[in-house]
Design a protein around this ligand. Structure first.
Ligand SMILES: O=P(O)(O)OP(=O)(O)OP(=O)(O)OC[C@H]1O[C@@H](n2cnc3c(O)ncnc32)[C@H](O)[C@@H]1O
Ligand SMILES: [Mg+2]
Length: 200
């Protein structure tokens, strides 16, 4: 027999991320389901080393590390997978931007790798993991397919958004109103699954 998923029954939820763009998006998506939340940065929690080899493993290790502080914690491990680059930057999406978090440079590296390639498809992945202080975790994974454009366009969103045009749309995530991105993003897809599992 499979055990049913564990539900979040209220109280403070820690958003276990040090990325302000992500925290902003997670807070917007989570609004109706958690009365109060605080980010790992606000709590002064350290940024764990992301030693996993999958988005799911890294989401789980970040959520479990934050939950040790005593509250249920939600972590997001995400990135952009480019088949023509053999799946890079993938789980290394943040690391491609270096310590300066220079995404102009990281997007330039992606574009350099695509020179001479005809396949400009990509997809974003978002693994979300909810962890309890006793070590229990619930994890889901969402996706959003699209195409890479050059030059980058738009100032909304964060990270690789200005070069990513979601399928079925003519504008990039960087040009898109945040509310619209939340209707179709990898993070929204993962959220729908997590809400179904743990917040209903
Ligand atoms: O680990 P935390 O503290 O949450 O913050 P981080 O920025 O290091 O996050 P990740 O390790 O999950 O790396 C994900 C990177 O993938 C990129 N990324 C993820 N979601 C994105 C989105 O919705 N739009 C654009 N880029 C995104 C972005 O550059 C992120 O820095
Ligand atoms: Mg990270």
């Amino acid at each position: 027999m499979t055990t049913p998923p564990r539900r979040f029954t209220g109280g403070t939820l820690v958003i276990a991320s040090h990325n302000k763009g992500k925290v902003r998006e997670i807070a917007a998506l989570l609004g109706p389901y958690a009365a109060s939340f605080v980010s790992a940065g606000e709590l002064g929690l350290p940024e764990p080393e992301e030693t996993g080899t999958t988005f799911i493993a890294n989401a789980e290790l970040k959520a479990l590390a934050a939950a040790k502080a005593g509250h249920v914690a939600l972590a997001d491990d995400s990135g952009m997978v480019v088949p023509a680059l053999n799946g890079d930057p993938g789980i290394y999406s943040a690391r491609w931007a270096g310590p300066e978090k220079d995404f102009q440079m990281a997007m330039g590296k992606v574009e350099d790798g695509l020179k001479g390639q005809t396949d400009r498809s990509a997809w974003f992945v978002c693994a979300l993991s909810l962890a309890w202080p006793d070590g229990h975790v619930e994890t889901v994974e969402g996706r959003c397919p699209g195409t890479l454009v050059w030059p980058p366009r738009g100032a909304h969103g964060f990270g690789y958004d200005p070069m990513f045009k979601p399928d079925g749309h003519d504008i990039t995530f960087g040009e898109m109103d945040p509310a619209r991105k939340h209707e179709m993003s990898h993070r929204a897809d993962a959220f729908r699954q997590l809400v179904e599992r743990c917040f209903k």
